[in-house]
Design a protein around this ligand. Structure first.
Ligand code: HAM
Length: 435
């Protein structure tokens, strides 16, 4: 048997509905916050992600799917959305028509990671990127959008953890302090951190191996090295969050696993035991140099991304039900070949009129067909045998009331339409109306 690649998964028909609901929820929230959708390629030129030899993030150094195409072009499957969106932003000069571009995207990302619960090699992200504003209120808006999604999904126990890694000047000062401090502990550092010490000492703080060791906890904190402008920026972000009554926790050691950040960085953490180490459901930050680093103009940006699998997993632990309300308006049951043909004609009329319909295509008996009508949650079942057909009539059963009537064969469509659209105004009845 040919099986799926490690770290991937199939979304089977009964699960697709929850994905569609999540996507609808996300689109609605983006509309509320006035973010516009952008769709960029799943693969990009390798340079989009491998920009800088000094980049020490695991994602860029160890986890990308890189290959040469048939014309020897270096290609990378996107491991995240930000760099591709920024590439498209620059290439299409979106800044020329709009001083502030608030964008969102949904799509598959690829990282060669060790798969475990909530961590896949192909996974889906919902992300937003606001390009054009250096205002701290923009950072706060992005976080607010994230918390709106959490609320809409009914997720409890989600914490916003936030920190500032300051501007370039602050980071340079802090880097020096880190190098000085950690150089004393070279023998205690893990292999990755020894490389980070050389290339990007800030990222030592992101180490999963050493983070709880004493020398680590006593390391200098970035907040002690922020310059006035960086302190001001961070302060304003926190004030804006306070104003919007969004709770947060300042986490001194939060630096994030990607190298492009400046000033605000944040993570949304869910407190569900089964999540283990994969409890960060969304994360982001400001990246004021990424556009210029990618050969674009000097335009600041801030954004965040959620792992959609993690959102769905979190929702399944006491969040709102995302179960799709699937149903049919009519299921046609035919007894015999002639009846089957007549059903096909009537079903076609109903379908052209927008009703959700189906019938049996397996030549099965009455009982099996009733069962299928039931499984499909058909609101009406039409039953046609030779006797009814000879009189151009059909039996129709309302499965909600169990009432059964015999009507003209040609009246199925207006009959069902009228019954459905004249029901009481409850939400679920409204949803099933034919527009
Ligand atoms: P990230 O932290 O690498 O940030 O990923 C964002 C989210 O994607 C994570 O919090 C997690 O929920 C999900 N995720 C990451 N890797 C996996 C995986 N292997 N399997 C399942 N879910 C995963 C970024 O990607 C940045 N581009 C976010 C951003 C946008 N920053 C600014 N703008």
């Amino acid at each position: 048997m040919i099986t799926k690649p490690k770290g991937t998964y199939d979304v089977l028909p009964e699960e697709v509905g929850t994905w569609v609901k999540l996507e609808q929820m996300i689109r609605k929230i983006c509309q509320i916050y006035n973010y516009k959708e952008i769709r960029t390629p799943i693969f990009e030129s390798g340079r989009v992600f491998h920009r800088d030899a000094s980049d020490t993030s695991d994602m860029v150094t160890k986890e990308t799917y890189d290959f040469l195409d048939r014309s020897n072009r270096q290609i990378t499957l996107r491991p995240e959305g930000t760099a591709g969106v920024v590439r498209a932003f620059i290439e299409n000069k979106l800044y020329a028509t709009n001083p502030l571009n608030k964008l969102f995207y949904l799509g598959q990302m690829f990282r060669y990671e060790r798969p475990q619960k909530g961590r896949n090699r192909q996974f889906s992200q919902f992300g937003v990127e606001a390009l054009g504003s250096a205002d701290p209120l923009m950072d706060a808006e992005v976080i607010a959008l994230g918390t709106s999604l959490i609320k809409a999904l009914g997720l409890k126990n989600v914490k916003v953890k936030i920190n500032s890694i300051g501007d370039k000047e602050s980071r340079e000062r802090y880097k020096k302090a880190c190098v000085q401090y950690f150089s004393e502990y070279k023998k205690d550092l893990c292999e990755d951190c020894l490389v980070r010490l050389e290339k990007n000492p800030l990222r030592i703080l992101d180490c999963k191996v050493d983070r709880n060791k004493e020398f680590f906890l006593k390391a200098p904190k970035i907040k002690e090295y922020l310059n006035e402008a960086s302190i001001q920026h961070f302060q304003k972000v926190l004030e804006a969050l306070d104003q919007m009554k969004i709770p947060y926790e300042i986490e001194d050691n939060l630096v994030r696993g990607l190298d492009y950040y400046s000033h605000t960085v944040f993570e949304l953490e869910v407190d569900i035991e089964e999540f283990g180490a994969q409890n960060v459901i969304g994360a982001g930050g400001r990246y004021d140099s990424l556009v210029s680093d990618m050969e674009g103009p000097n335009i600041p940006g801030v954004g965040m991304a959620f792992g959609m699998e993690r959102l769905l997993l979190a929702a399944s632990y006491g969040g709102k039900s995302l179960k799709a309300n699937e149903y049919l308006h009519v299921y046609f049951i035919a007894l015999g070949e002639a009846a089957q043909k007549a059903c096909l004609t009537q079903m076609n009329v109903c379908r052209l009129g927008g009703l959700y319909c189906d019938m049996d295509f397996l030549g099965r008996g009455l009982k099996a067909q009733f069962k299928t009508a039931d499984q499909n949650k058909a609101m009406f079942t039409c039953i046609l045998g030779d006797n009814e057909l000879s009189e151009f009539k059909i039996n129709i059963k309302n499965n909600e009331t169990d009432e059964q009537e015999t009507i003209s064969l040609y009246e199925v469509y207006p009959y069902v339409l009228n019954k459905i659209n004249s029901r009481s105004a409850c939400a679920s009845c409204k949803e099933k109306e034919v527009k």
